[in-house]
Design a protein around this ligand. Structure first.
Ligand SMILES: Cc1cc2nc3c(=O)[nH]c(=O)nc-3n(C[C@H](O)[C@H](O)[C@H](O)COP(=O)(O)OP(=O)(O)OC[C@H]3O[C@@H](n4cnc5c(N)ncnc54)[C@H](O)[C@@H]3O)c2cc1C
Length: 395
C-alpha cells in the first residue's frame, strides 16, 4: 500500500466527492485560516461556499431538498476539509443537528424547516446542551421550560453553545419536569427549536449571546435566557423525552467528528513527512534518522487503524444497525490518533513548529479540543467499560 508523495491517504471511499471538496478547499489557503485564527473571526466565505455547493445538506433526504447521502459520505466531506488544513467545526453541526428534527419531528415540522435548511436559507448550527454546572452530567441541566398556553417559557443559562452568533435556529435541551419528579432517570428533558432571529431582536431581548474567547478559533458562546416564549409547535418529539431524541443524534456527531480527526491526523502526517524529507541537519535529511521516522510511521498506522473504526461505525449507522460502541470507539481512537500525530508533527518540525506561518501550532490547538468536546475521553471509556463490557457503573 504505497502512498504517493504529498498524499497520506490510501484508496478512499467517495473519490469524486473527495476530489470536489479538495478543489473547493484549495480556494481557502493556509493564509485564510491563519488570518481568521489570529482575529478569532468566523469563516463566512468558507461556510458560504460549502453551503452553496450543497455539502452541508448532505444528510438531508432528497424529499426535503437535500442530497440524501449516507453518513460515510458526510464523513468523507469533513475529513477532506481537515486534510486540506481547514477546520469544519465552523459548520459541521449544520450537517447533523437537523437529524433530531428528521428522526423525531412530525411531518409538519419537517416540511417547515428541512427544505429551508437544505437550501441554505436557514442556518441550524447551534446546539445548546452544556450549562455552567452540567457539562458531562447532562441530566443535571437546570434551564427550565414551563408550559404556558400555546408556548413554553424558557429561562436559564447555556455555555459553550458554538456558532450561536452565526445561526438562525438553535436546538435547545431544557428541563420540563424537575429531576426529582421523573419516573425514569432520562426523562424530564425536552428539545425545542428556538428561532434566534426573533429571540435576540430588540432592545431587551430574552436571549443574550456572549462570545467566549478560547485557545482556538471556534465561535463559541454563552447564552443567557430570560423568559423566552417558544411556541409549543417548536417542541421536537414528546415532552419529557428530549434526552433520548438528542442521544441518538450523538452517534452521528461522534462519527463525523472522528472523521475530522482522521483528516487532521493525515494533515499532520503529510506535513511531518514532507518536512522530514526536506530539512537537513548534520548534512542529511532528518527523516533518515529512525528517531524521526518511527514516530511518523507510528502516527500513520494509528490513523489508519482509527479510520477503519470510523468506517465500520458509519457502515453500521448507514445500514440502520446499532452502532453506539463503534461510534464511541471511533471518536476515542480518532481523537487520540490526531493528537498523537499533532505532537509528532510539532516534534518533527523542531522550533519551526511553533511559528504561526507553519500552521502546526494552530492545528495542534484545534485538534486538542476533540478529547474534551463533544464528549470527553473519560466518558467514552466509562461507556465502553460499563455499557459494552458490563463493568460496575461508576455514576
Ligand atoms: C470549544 C468548545 C465548544 C463546545 N461546543 C459545544 C456546543 O456547541 N454545545 C454544547 O452543548 N456544548 C459544547 N461544548 C461543551 C462540551 O461538550 C463540554 O465541555 C464537555 O461535555 C465536558 O463538559 P465540562 O466542560 O463541563 O467538563 P466536566 O463535566 O466538568 O468534566 C471535567 C473533567 O472531568 C472528567 N469527568 C467528569 N466526570 C467524570 C467521571 N464520572 N469519570 C471520569 N471522568 C469524569 C471529564 O472527562 C473532564 O475531563 C463545547 C466545549 C468547548 C470547549
Amino acid at each position: 500500500m504505497a502512498v504517493a508523495k504529498h498524499e497520506v491517504s490510501n484508496e478512499r471511499s467517495y473519490p469524486e466527492i473527495r476530489a470536489a471538496v479538495r478543489a473547493l478547499c484549495a480556494q481557502f489557503t493556509d493564509m485564510y485560516w491563519r488570518d481568521l485564527d489570529r482575529e478569532r473571526a468566523y469563516p463566512e466565505a468558507f461556510v458560504g461556499a460549502l453551503t452553496e455547493a450543497g455539502y452541508l445538506a448532505a444528510l438531508i433526504p432528497e424529499t426535503y431538498g437535500g442530497s440524501g447521502l449516507p453518513l460515510a459520505a458526510a464523513a468523507a466531506i469533513l475529513e477532506e476539509v481537515h486534510v486540506a488544513g481547514g477546520n469544519a467545526a465552523a459548520c459541521h453541526a449544520q450537517m447533523y443537528i437537523m437529524g433530531t428534527i428528521l428522526r423525531h419531528g412530525d411531518e409538519a415540522q419537517k416540511n417547515r424547516w428541512l427544505p429551508e435548511i437544505a437550501a441554505g436559507c436557514l442556518r441550524l448550527q447551534a446546539f445548546a446542551v452544556s450549562e455552567p454546572d452540567s457539562g458531562t452530567d447532562t441530566l443535571s441541566l437546570t434551564t427550565s421550560a414551563r408550559r404556558d398556553g400555546d408556548a413554553y417559557v424558557v429561562s436559564g443559562q447555556k455555555v459553550w453553545t458554538s456558532r450561536a452568533e452565526h445561526s438562525d435556529l438553535m436546538l435547545l435541551l431544557a428541563r420540563t419536569t424537575p429531576k426529582d419528579q421523573v419516573r425514569e432517570k432520562g426523562d424530564g428533558l425536552s428539545v425545542f427549536l428556538v428561532d434566534l432571529r426573533q429571540a435576540t431582536a430588540g432592545a431587551n431581548p430574552p436571549v443574550r449571546i456572549r462570545p467566549i474567547r478560547t485557545m482556538l478559533n471556534h465561535a463559541t458562546t454563552e447564552i443567557f435566557i430570560d423568559d423566552l416564549r417558544v411556541p409549543a409547535e417548536n417542541l421536537i418529539g414528546a415532552e419529557g423525552k428530549g434526552f433520548r431524541c438528542v442521544l441518538d443524534g450523538m452517534n452521528a456527531e461522534r462519527m463525523l467528528i472522528a472523521a475530522e480527526c482522521i483528516g487532521d491526523a493525515r494533515w499532520f502526517i503529510g506535513k511531518a513527512r514532507d518536512y522530514a524529507c526536506a530539512r537537513r541537519v548534520f548534512d542529511r535529511p532528518i527523516g533518515r534518522n529512525q528517531g524521526v521516522q518511527f514516530p511518523i510511521a507510528r502516527a500513520f498506522a494509528q490513523a489508519e487503524a482509527a479510520d477503519l473504526m470510523v468506517q465500520r461505525a458509519a457502515a453500521l449507522f448507514d445500514s440502520g444497525r446499532p452502532c453506539g460502541p463503534e461510534a464511541n470507539m471511533a471518536k476515542l481512537l480518532a481523537s487520540e490518533a490526531s493528537w498523537a500525530a499533532a505532537d509528532m508533527c510539532l516534534q518533527t518540525h523542531g522550533g519551526y513548529g511553533f511559528a504561526e506561518e507553519y500552521d502546526i501550532e494552530r492545528k495542534f490547538r484545534e485538534t486538542r479540543l476533540y478529547q474534551i468536546a463533544p464528549i470527553s475521553t473519560n466518558l467514552i471509556l466509562a461507556y465502553i467499560a460499563e455499557h459494552v463490557l458490563g463493568l460496575p457503573r461508576s455514576y
